[in-house]
Design a protein around this ligand. Structure first.
Ligand code: BG6
Length: 480
């Protein structure tokens, strides 16, 4: 371990992050309904299959495997897992509520008591160890019924169903949860509409109108959630959650600089501008015009959005992105979900995600300069292949190096003046990868014996990084 001079503030929220669909399993238990993740096949082609024309959002066991159905069985093993989080000293634990446990089809009038009771048990267990839950209300878990019957967030009616859902969970958990976030990586709808917005796009040119109309519905829904949260749980904080990947221009050619700026605005800032500042940014008018987007906005929407902005920005940070206006196929950054070109100064993970700790310091500074609201890094981590040695140890030094460099970057940003609430590293326990449905893409401090072919005992083991992170938290980030 190395000692750093820079200090994290008292009360810094150290912890880990997960999402219900990637770890709970129990996909039919407690009267839970089907959600998008339940019909997602395992394997690298999962998103392509889900978005292919004619996909029926049904389960086809004869053709595909479904890793999210059992996942790592947190549904039954949450006590054991939370005890391990407590052993690492977590102050907070970021998790999501599966909408379909509370409203199995999404459009019922009354919530499902079994689902509500499950999260009561989880929150009580966390509080037993003094761990505060940080809850994402919707993390790629839309009820399939809303996708099939209403076209996902294209439909205005879904706003009403969401309102019912947030009222149910705020009323039930008002004494148990004080950190909330509305939509996970809301801006990812532009690149993966099926996960966040609940519908597929088959042609690039058809994407703009439905995507931005769906965003509008989510902005209204988010403001409704903020308003309800303030009324029902006045001492809570509620944030937005964006996928942030700073966009670098490939070089100083002004054409490329301008292109990078546009990409940055549309992808990184558009949603946050609306959710933090409460209004559509000036730059979007031209974009709407050029892409023939005409939003249907109901009376009162804009006022609601203006009056109910978020308290903080939660964001995921995995990589930066380098852009060039005209790029060849050879220049494309393989594996980066965000396209762009290869950055010659960076190495990439086994899955092609470029590793850039300074990019996190840049992101924190850019976001704070623009918004001046508290920031919360709610996802960051390295997806890698881990090997269990013959003596049972897992020596994931590569993960420790990755996390150390990113934590150092946060310390620098705090010194730069950024107000940072906390850090929850992604996949604190191994779970199913969202983009590829693999178990072999592991992020955890805790290893889970579960494999891509579905085999495994589900036994939990502490990796080397488990002990390292425990010391990081105990020293409030001084010992890295
Ligand atoms: C974020 C998501 O995009 O990245 C998580 O919020 C996801 O759900 C994480 O798991 C890592 O991505 P992946 O595809 O490696 O699981």
């Amino acid at each position: 371990m190395t000692k750093i001079e820079k200090k994290f503030p008292e009360g810094f929220l150290w912890g880990g992050a997960t999402a219900a669909n990637q770890m709970e399993g129990g996909f039919h238990e407690g009267s839970k309904g089907l959600n998008i993740a339940d019909v997602l096949p395992g394997g690298k082609e999962r998103l392509k299959i889900l978005q292919s024309p004619g996909f029926d959002f049904e389960i086809h066991k004869e053709k595909y495997s479904y890793p999210n159905h059992e996942a790592i069985d947190f549904y039954h093993r949450y006590k054991e897992d939370i005890a391990l989080f407590a052993e690492m000293g977590f102050k907070v634990y970021r998790m999501s509520i599966a909408w379909t446990r509370i409203f199995p089809k999404g459009d019922e009038l009354e919530p499902n008591e079994d689902g509500l009771a499950f999260y009561d048990r989880v929150f009580d267990e966390l509080h037993k160890y003094g761990i505060e839950p940080v809850v994402t209300i919707s993390h790629y878990e839309m009820p399939v019924n809303l996708v099939k019957e209403y076209g996902g967030w294209r439909s205005r009616e879904v706003v009403t169903f969401f309102e019912r859902y947030v009222n149910a969970i705020f009323n039930r958990y008002k004494n148990k949860v004080k950190y909330w976030m509305t939509f996970n990586e809301i801006n990812s709808g532009l690149i993966m509409p099926i996960m966040g917005l609940g519908f597929a796009i088959h042609q690039e040119e058809d994407k703009y109108q439905p995507t931005f109309q769906a965003y509008h519905h989510q902005f209204v829904a988010s403001s409704i959630a903020v308003k309800a949260c303030r009324e029902i749980i006045p001492n809570a904080q509620i944030g937005c959650m964006i996928l942030y990947a700073p966009v670098y221009s490939y070089d100083c050619n002004p054409e490329n600089v301008m292109y990078a700026l546009q990409e940055d605005r549309i992808f990184n800032y558009f949603c946050a501008d609306v959710q933090v500042r409460g209004e559509y940014p000036a730059f979007i008018k031209r974009y709407f015009k050029e892409h023939n987007i005409e939003l249907e906005i109901q009376e009162g929407d804009l006022e609601l959005m203006k009056e109910n902005t978020v308290d903080y920005i939660g964001f995921s940070y995995y990589m930066s992105r380098t852009e060039k206006k005209v790029k060849t196929a050879e220049e494309a950054a393989q594996g980066n979900i965000l396209s762009g070109v290869k950055n010659p100064f960076l190495k990439a993970s086994d899955w092609g995600w470029e590793i850039d700790p300074i990019g996190l310091r840049i992101s924190l500074n850019e976001l704070y300069d623009r918004y001046q609201v508290p920031l919360f890094v709610v996802e960051n981590g390295l997806g890698a292949i881990d090997k269990v040695e013959e003596d049972g140890t897992i020596n994931d030094d590569y993960r420790i190096d990755y996390l150390r460099d990113h934590i150092k970057a946060m310390a620098e940003a705090i010194e730069d003046g950024v107000e940072l609430m906390g850090y929850t590293s992604w996949g604190c326990i191994d779970l199913v990868s969202a983009s590829t449905g693999e178990f072999s893409k592991r992020y955890g401090f805790i290893y889970v014996d579960k494999h891509d072919d579905g085999s495994g005992t589900l036994e939990r083991k502490k990796k080397k990084s488990f002990y390292w992170y425990k010391d990081v938290i105990a020293s409030n980030g001084e010992m890295l």
